[in-house]
Ligand binder design. Structure first.
Ligand code: BG6
Length: 490
């Protein structure tokens, strides 16, 4: 089929990870404790317990116990894949697969261990400088997420996390420190990972734990207030970044919960439409259009939610919108007014209803490459901004047989998604800058804390208990990726 659209040569095909899922070394070189370090996991748990646990909020006794222990056995995010000590070899391997860009996040606690210091930790800055230099030396561009779900525990305990407006200043101080010390090495910036997912995730330093609130209203009020602080922090970061680094590009990012109506019943169509607004577009509307959209103003009114704003917040949001938009895309979901008719399916942050037309991954995530093309078109039509797919990939059980990993399912998944991106670019005319494959090297799962939920084209020999040599093995998908990237070079 010679007519199949192919990705343009300038397309930035790359890989992504996050600091908390990969680095390990949670207490080395002056790093302070972060919220993700507190997440407990027991590898003896069965599947049901694993699934159950991820839906349980941190409770105060667990939080306190986690804070004082220095064990890593039950805290897989403290170990990661020890990327902290292996980044040079890992980056070299990634570059040798032909990837053109590497996305990772900053560990806030490495730069400001408590989050509210006046002076940064030089060892933390030196680490990221060296890592990003290694990327450039190996021919890869650098894509930095400033905050990917993990904040210094001190900020949660002493200020209440993002519910407190003071967080804005601490965060902007972090951003400024990064701009001044590593800004010359970064090509694309994402101030916040999946800003629409914050309030679903009690661990991420928004520190909003439902049980702490007397009722649903108070909980929602706190969530949206915290979110407002993140929007303001985002705008101030962009304002500062544009001033200090005139060539840098700043993006907004959401977890894209692409939602179809389960049927053509008009009420289902409207339900899916409002889902899209509330779960996805609200966030990108603020970041790209610069104001709270009309449907959220109504939503707040209806739910008696009052966002406290400073007199300059609205102007700040209006004047400091993003240069590009990005999103993670793993699956699509469906919605209906008649929920009892449907079975449930799982997902990373929200679970949805089962779409009878789609197959699922080992973890029950619905695989839908065409939904990516639709999502790209919808996003571009709405904002007319360049797009970047910051995460996509498949978590699967990989088997090592005679030293080889034949992950054909992964090749199929990635290839199908890249084909849809090519169609969006070539056939539909959507400007998509790039794509960073999630968990390009196996890392600890953010949702389930399992190591066995692997996304990488590079295998890491560690299991759910943390045992293993830590050795890196190249999967079949790695060699496949080499051929794809060679094709991109023309
Ligand atoms: C995204 C997060 O929502 O999903 C990542 O940004 C995460 O941190 C990814 O790892 C995949 O989810 P999981 O739960 O399979 O690791």
């Amino acid at each position: 089929n010679s007519k199949k659209p192919i990705l343009p040569a300038e397309f930035l095909l790359g890989g992504a990870i996050s600091s908390s899922q990969a680095e390990g070394a949670y207490d080395e070189d002056g790093r302070g404790l972060e919220t993700q370090d507190l997440r407990y996991f027991d590898y003896h748990w069965n599947r049901e317990q694993r699934d159950h646990h991820r839906n349980v909020n941190i409770t105060t006794p667990e939080f306190n116990q986690a804070k004082v222990t220095s064990q890593t056995d039950n805290y897989p995010l403290r170990r990661g894949i020890d990327f902290y000590h292996h980044y040079r070899e890992d980056i070299k391997l990634l570059a040798e697969s032909g990837l053109k860009i590497f996305r990772t996040s900053i560990s806030w606690g490495r730069i400001f261990p408590n989050g509210d210091e006046t002076e940064p930790n030089q060892l933390g800055l030196a680490y990221y400088r060296d890592m990003f230099k290694a990327c450039h030396d190996n021919g890869m561009q650098v894509f930095v997420t400033i905050l990917h779900y993990s904040v210094p525990v001190h900020l949660v305990e002493n200020y209440g996390g993002w519910q407190n407006r003071k967080m804005i200043d601490f965060y902007v101080k972090l951003a400024k420190t990064l701009f001044e010390n590593i800004g010359d090495l970064v090509d694309y910036w994402l101030p916040f990972n999946e800003i629409n997912a914050s309030r679903f995730n009690p661990y991420n330093g928004v520190a909003i734990i439902k049980d702490q609130f007397a009722n649903e209203h108070d909980y929602l009020q706190a969530c949206f207030q915290a979110l407002h602080h993140q929007f303001v922090a985002n705008a101030r970061t962009i304002e500062l970044g544009h001033r200090l680094l005139p060539h840098a590009k700043f993006g907004g990012m959401i977890a894209r919960f692409t939602t179809y109506p389960a049927t053509c019943l008009p009420a289902d169509v409207f339900k899916a439409y409002t889902d899209e607004n509330i779960k996805n577009y609200f966030y990108t509307d603020v970041e790209a259009r610069g104001s709270y959209p009309y449907y959220m103003v109504k939503y707040f009114k209806r739910n008696n939610i009052n966002i406290l704003m400073n007199s300059t917040d609205k102007e700040l949001l209006k004047n400091n919108t993003v240069d590009f938009l990005s999103f993670s895309y793993y699956m699509s979901m469906i919605d209906t007014v008649d929920i009892k008719e449907y079975r449930k399916t799982s997902g990373n942050l929200v679970s949805g209803l089962k779409n009878p037309y789609l197959k699922t991954s080992d973890w029950g995530w619905q695989i839908d490459p065409e939904g990516l093309r639709t999502s790209l078109n919808e996003m571009y039509d709405r904002y007319q901004l360049p797009l970047f797919i910051a995460e996509n990939g498949i978590g699967a059980y990989d088997k090592v047989e005679n030293g080889k990993i034949n992950d054909d399912y992964r090749i199929q998944y990635i290839s199908a998604h890249l084909d849809e991106i090519a169609k969006a670019i070539i056939d539909d005319g959507v400007p998509v800058i790039g794509y960073t494959l999630w968990g390009i090297i196996d890392i600890v799962s953010c949702g389930t804390l399992e190591m066995s939920k692997r996304y990488g084209i590079i295998y890491v020999d560690l299991d759910d208990s943390g045992s293993g040599t830590g050795k890196r093995l190249l999967k079949k998908s790695y060699y496949w990726m080499q051929r794809v990237t060679a094709g991109l070079k023309g």
